[in-house]
Design a protein around this ligand. Structure first.
Ligand code: ADP
Ligand code: GLC
Length: 478
């Protein structure tokens, strides 16, 4: 196999195992290993938030910057769980009590500066390299937090490196008032609609979209959706203009971590027996007794994820014998709605409000089906965990969900390739109909096991996608 080796700097706001609020961290954390298999060396630059500070003791200084948007900053380099990490230590921006994007009173007021600083340093590493002489051939920026990176490379020099911007979710655009233009070290002459201006202000995501040499997003279907007003959220025109440089590359999942064979009660496609034991343990943990399919939901509880549809479709599903275990956090009204369901359907609905990685593993191992009724879903990871664990995915036909799940319609059943149930549009009638199909499928043991096995055999690892990124990097370097 041809392996054109090169160096890639990944710039992101979160990365497994250091800090995670969503799938972005999983993907950023998985790429270095996946790309290493393709012969690429990737280092990841991210902010040193307060919970990460202790790690600095084991790291070495890459370089320092005296004035990084209002205070000193330095890049610290070291290895964490096999990943070459660069932590941006800038206490005035990141050393505070709270989450990476918000504190007790909502979003941090200086998020524009906080993530412009991250992007600035990413561009500086491209331009000048690190203390040890390391310099990237390609800079790979992720989402709005790193959106200014390609722009700074454009305006202040890139040292010859190419830039890629990956859109994980267009809903978050990094909006800032135009008055910050010079404070963010952006050239005033670039404040016009074809460059930095966005509805009278600034958007770090738009800046990245117009400046990056190439744009990727996390599934082929979302790449098309992004150019339409229903999904582009104001940026559809900007993306459509660059259609020739937009590629959808599906995410993978870490199949070493997400495998029913490494769980406490292991099973695989050849022997599903222990799945029933996992189901029993899961039922016990949520105090459930469910005669039909036990569905799970592991999700941020937000509008994007279609969580408000659950209370509408659940009564019929419960009446038909189904049950539901929920793990999630998010918008207060949706958390309350989930809690109400638990009270309304004791023994059939169990709810944990919170974030619990370990419990999520038990849920996939014990669940019969995983529900993903998203209004939009750039890629989605939980439906892929569902495939791996034979927890049959019931998903809305959008974005990466449409690219990963094969609907169990008669044709797919006859062809032996069905892996789940899909529905469209993301509205109660279609969702309810999919749940009725779930009940019927589950009641037919032979058909059910066939779908489970198809699902478990469906490849969801990083191999194909890593090769696609490697090919893109190679192309950019050429
Ligand atoms: P998004 O990034 O939009 O939230 P993804 O499906 O790409 O959606 O990724 C979500 C990730 O976060 C998955 O790894 C999922 O298992 C995990 N996750 C979401 N909510 C929870 C939770 N409450 N507890 C544990 N893991 C969670
Ligand atoms: C975003 C998207 C999700 C995707 C993840 C990783 O959070 O909402 O669909 O899987 O990024 O790319």
């Amino acid at each position: 196999m041809e392996t054109a080796r090169g160096r890639v700097l990944s710039v992101a706001s979160e990365c497994v195992p250091l800090l995670k609020t969503g799938g972005l961290a999983d993907v950023v954390g998985a790429l270095p290993g996946a790309l290493a298999a393709e012969g690429w060396e990737m280092r990841v630059l991210m902010p040193c938030y307060r919970p990460l500070k202790w790690r600095l003791e084991e790291m070495e200084e890459g370089f320092a910057e005296a004035d990084l948007f209002g205070g000193p900053g330095r890049v610290m380099a070291g290895e964490v769980a096999g990943r070459k990490m660069l932590l941006l230590d800038a206490p005035h921006l990141y050393d505070r009590e709270g989450g990476p994007y918000a504190g007790p009173d909502g979003d941090w007021g200086d998020n524009a500066q906080r993530f412009a600083a991250l992007s600035w340093i990413g561009a500086r590493i491209a331009r000048e390299g690190l203390g040890d002489g390391w310099r990237p051939d390609v800079v790979h920026a992720h989402d709005w937090q790193a959106g200014f990176t390609p722009a700074y490379m454009d305006y202040w020099g890139s040292g010859g490196a190419s830039s890629v911007l990956t859109v994980h979710n267009i809903a978050f655009q990094g909006w800032a008032p135009a008055s910050l233009l010079s404070a963010l070290r952006l050239p005033p002459q670039e404040f016009h609609p074809a460059a930095l201006e966005y509805y009278g202000g600034l958007s770090s995501l738009k800046a990245g979209l117009v400046s990056a040499d190439h744009i990727t997003t996390v599934s082929p279907t979302y790449a098309c959706e992004l150019m339409r007003p229903e999904f582009g959220m104001g940026l559809q025109g900007v993306i459509a203009q660059r259609a020739g440089q937009v590629t959808g590359i599906l995410n993978g999942v870490d199949t070493d971590i997400w495998s029913p064979e490494v769980e406490e009660r292991p099973y695989n496609a050849a022997s599903l027996k222990a799945k029933a034991e996992n189901r029993a343990v899961l039922s016990g943990a949520f105090k459930l007794s469910v005669p039909g399919p036990l569905a799970i939901l592991v999700s941020r509880l937000t509008y994007q994820k279609g969580i408000d549809l659950i209370p509408e479709v659940l009564p019929d599903f419960i009446a038909a014998g189904g049950g539901l275990a929920v793990l999630g956090t998010g918008d207060a009204p949706l958390e309350a709605a989930m809690r109400e369901l638990e009270v309304r359907f004791p023994g059939r609905v169990g709810v944990r409000i919170g974030y619990d990685e370990g419990l999520s593993h038990l849920m996939f191992a014990g669940g019969d089906a995983v529900l993903v009724p998203s209004r939009f879903e750039p890629c989605g990871l939980t439906q892929m965990y569902g495939l791996r664990y034979g927890a049959v995915p019931v998903v809305a036909l959008t974005g990466g969900l449409a690219d990963t799940i094969i609907n169990a319609n008669p044709a797919a059943m006859a062809a032996g390739c069905a892996t789940g149930l899909t529905f469209h549009p993301t509205e109660p009638p279609a969702f309810a109909e999919a749940l009725r199909r779930l009940i019927h499928l589950h009641a037919d043991p032979a058909a059910w096991e066939t779908v489970q096995r198809n699902a478990m055999r469906h490849p969801v690892g990083w191999e194909t996608s890593a090769a696609a990124y490697a090919a893109l990097y190679r192309e950019l370097m050429a």
